[in-house]
Design a protein around this ligand. Structure first.
Ligand code: ADP
Ligand code: MG
Length: 670
């Protein structure tokens, strides 16, 4: 950047803070908005007390009025065919001098006065002949002004103009009425009019989606490597017969998808996506059973120790009666225990190992690892998925996620995986009754909770922890102490939050699981996957602070047993928007529907949390708003990679470079 005209070392430093290091970065630093001086109104039609843009000739320049020291008022009268208006400028003789008598200007500013005498104070002044009547407004940082950036971009554009290449093969552009990249880059910064801006934006949105989807397709191709773990078909009826319940059809379908994948000579890469409570663990267990029958091992990785423990208990219960040894590997074990388990894995004595991500990945050596299962994968990014080093000989991979995502998005976010959806809950589940109330009704809500506790049930109370700050932590601790002294004196109250070490968390969680506490006050650490069937009530404080999908996940912690379950959302923030959101939650328990609504209401940024999906950041495209373009780009990406799976053809060279840039940036960042 230093070498670009008008930049220099100092500004280059400021630009770097915006992530701009090269001219390409600069050209892809798109305006956040525009100041539009392209459509003007007649002076007679200006609206008082609002911003107006007029085009008028200077017909009179008045002598400056010196009000007092340091305060001079300059006035000029401008006119068009419909009337006159006085322009008022404070102190700036420089600005006043710009208003040359007899010349025409575009003036933008707030109009005050009345029908007889209109004024415009301190307007933006442009010569009527300026080429850029729509001016870009950029995100700035210290040491930069809009003008500096505009000039830099202008210079950057002239530099590139001769060199700009067209990464997308022409036929796709023509087919979809898309402009050239050169035109798009020029017009996203300096559009001639609204229409060219729209064309530019469309093209750049298209590019962004296309490159992203191509990247995902490439990842998928890369992963279809031959596996050293091709399995033989065998029946799992013994496993099914030993289960305490009948598998749902959706579970059976997911299991058979996996089993048929694992018999192929390329590695399985499958996502099992199922709403909370849909029974993904049983699917994992069935796969582990199948793998064990093939005399190979399974690793199940969970995001937290609590979940690892829970999966261990479940898998042990399902598999050990069938003679399959399941072991657990967590950070809180002693060194001796860990090395004993690792020996069992190395010797092949243990068939299934459950543990946290880090533990299984680092130093653990398997005898013959055939399948790696990751739970709640949406917390890990694409890069991590891509990197997940294969231990052994390219084992099969199964990812389980409880985040129901509309199909188009899933194609993008999990485009590197095949997808099975569990769209059915086990029979006999009663939907969780959900109510939204204000804080005024807290006492009644607590009364209701007590009744359920007295019937022998247990309850969660969720308090949001906005930041993992000490102040927030205190307030959760205080909350728990308060209710156990006052509202729930005589009941046993537990407290769980993310700042506890895993040993402590473990202890609190198992006390709750074993029924030794009645109420668990918790932050969102219980969000993921915890299964306590006797817990039948959940109260969520400050419910408006959570996203809909997150509330749905939280609510999924109840309604897991035979008891009718309840979820009470407490909020004092009763805006139309928050009411609408909570109403959606009360009216449906369909996670897919909820996520679609969430997407509509908040957009995908929030929907997935802070880049939780792990995709590279989108600069200009928006997955919710530009759904049509997403479809077009996905379709073309498919045609391109079907014909040229790893983008070797000359016509795809430009695209390949963009894909490489995007994904390697991503890896550098993390
Ligand atoms: P999730 O998909 O949220 O991970 P889990 O695997 O934890 O769901 O299952 C939720 C609960 O439902 C568990 O208690 C499990 O034993 C039970 N369950 C799973 N499958 C069935 C089924 N087919 N019929 C009845 N209960 C089931
Ligand atoms: Mg689960």
């Amino acid at each position: 950047m230093t070498y670009l005209k008008g930049v220099g070392p100092k500004r280059a430093e400021s630009l770097e803070k915006l992530g701009i290091r090269t001219v390409k970065d600069l050209l892809y630093h798109f305006p956040r908005d525009y100041a539009d001086y392209s459509s003007t109104v007649d002076i007679a039609d200006t609206v008082e007390n609002e911003n107006n843009v007029i085009c008028a000739k200077v017909v009179k320049r008045l002598s400056p009025a010196f009000i007092r020291k340091g305060m001079t008022i300059f006035r000029a009268v401008v006119a068009d065919d419909t009337g006159e208006l006085t322009v008022v400028i404070y102190n700036s003789s420089y600005q006043f001098d710009a208003l040359v008598y007899g010349e025409t200007f575009i003036l933008s500013g707030k109009v005050t006065g009345n029908l007889l005498r209109r004024e415009m104070s301190s307007p933006v002044i442009l010569k009527a002949s300026v080429p850029d009547k729509i001016q870009p407004l950029y995100h700035l940082t210290e040491g930069l002004t809009q003008q500096v950036l505009r000039t830099a971009v202008k210079n950057g554009l002239t530099l590139l103009n001769t060199e700009i290449y067209e990464p997308v093969p022409k036929k796709y552009l023509i087919e979809n009425n898309l402009c050239s990249l050169a035109f798009a880059l020029e017009n996203i910064h300096f559009p001639k009019d609204i229409k060219t801006l729209e064309m530019a934006r469309n093209r750049l949105i298209f590019d962004e989606f296309l490159v992203l989807q191509l990247g995902m397709n490439l990842l998928k191709t890369k992963k279809t490597e031959s596996t050293g773990c091709k399995m033989k078909g065998c029946s799992i009826s013994e496993f099914e017969a030993a289960l305490p319940f009948e598998l749902t059809n959706a579970q059976k379908k997911a299991i058979s998808d996996c089993i048929s994948d694992m018999q192929k000579s390329v590695s399985m890469n499958r996502l099992v996506q199922g709403d909370v409570g849909s029974g993904k663990t049983a699917v994992a267990a069935a796969c582990a059973y199948f793998v064990a029958k093939n005399k190979m091992q399974t690793a199940l990785m969970a995001p937290t120790e609590i979940l690892a423990n829970q999966h261990y208990e479940t898998l042990k219960q399902f598999l050990e009666p069938l003679g399959i040894k399941v072991c657990l590997l967590t950070g809180t074990m002693t060194k001796a225990e860990k090395s004993r388990i690792k020996e069992q894995l190395l010797s092949g004595e243990a068939s299934v190992c459950v543990g946290t991500h880090a533990l299984i990945q680092s130093t653990t050596i398997f005898n013959r690892l055939g399948l790696v299962i990751t739970d709640e994968q949406h917390r890990f990014g694409v890069e991590q998925r891509a990197r997940l080093s294969s231990k052994g000989e390219n084992p099969h991979r199964l990812v389980m996620s409880a985040t129901p995502i509309p199909r188009t998005l899933a194609l993008m976010i999990y485009g590197d995986l095949d997808i099975s959806v569990i769209n059915e809950l086990p029979k006999g589940r009663n939907p969780v009754f959900t109510y939204a109330v204000t804080g005024k009704l807290r006492q009644r809500a607590f009364g209701f909770v007590k009744k359920r506790l007295d019937e022998g049930r247990q309850a969660y109370i969720i308090c949001p922890m906005i930041e993992e700050s000490d102040a927030d932590l205190k307030s959760v601790e205080k909350y728990a102490a308060d209710i156990s002294k006052n509202d729930f004196s005589g009941y046993r109250v537990g407290l769980l939050h993310g700042k506890m070490n895993s040993e402590k968390k473990e202890a609190v969680m198992s006390e709750f699981k074993d029924g030794k506490t009645d109420i668990l006050v918790s932050t969102t650490v219980v969000e993921v996957g915890v299964d306590v069937p006797n817990a039948a009530v959940m109260v969520i404080e400050n419910a408006d602070r959570f996203g809909l999908s997150q509330l749905h996940q939280l609510r999924g912690r109840v309604g897991r047993g035979k008891h009718q379950s309840y979820c009470i959302l407490i909020t004092d923030n009763v805006t139309e928007q928050s009411k609408k959101r909570l109403r959606i939650l009360s009216s449906t328990t369909d996670g897919f529907k909820i996520s679609e609504e969430d997407l509509k209401l908040r957009g995908p940024g929030d929907f997935f949390g802070q880049r939780q999906h792990g995709l590279p950041r989108l600069r200009i495209a928006n997955m919710a708003e530009n759904m049509d373009m997403l479809h077009i780009a996905q379709n073309i990406a498919k045609r391109i990679t079907d014909a040229d799976p790893i983008l070797l053809k000359t016509e795809n060279k430009g695209l390949k470079r963009l894909v490489d840039d995007l994904f390697s940036d991503e890896l550098d960042l993390n």
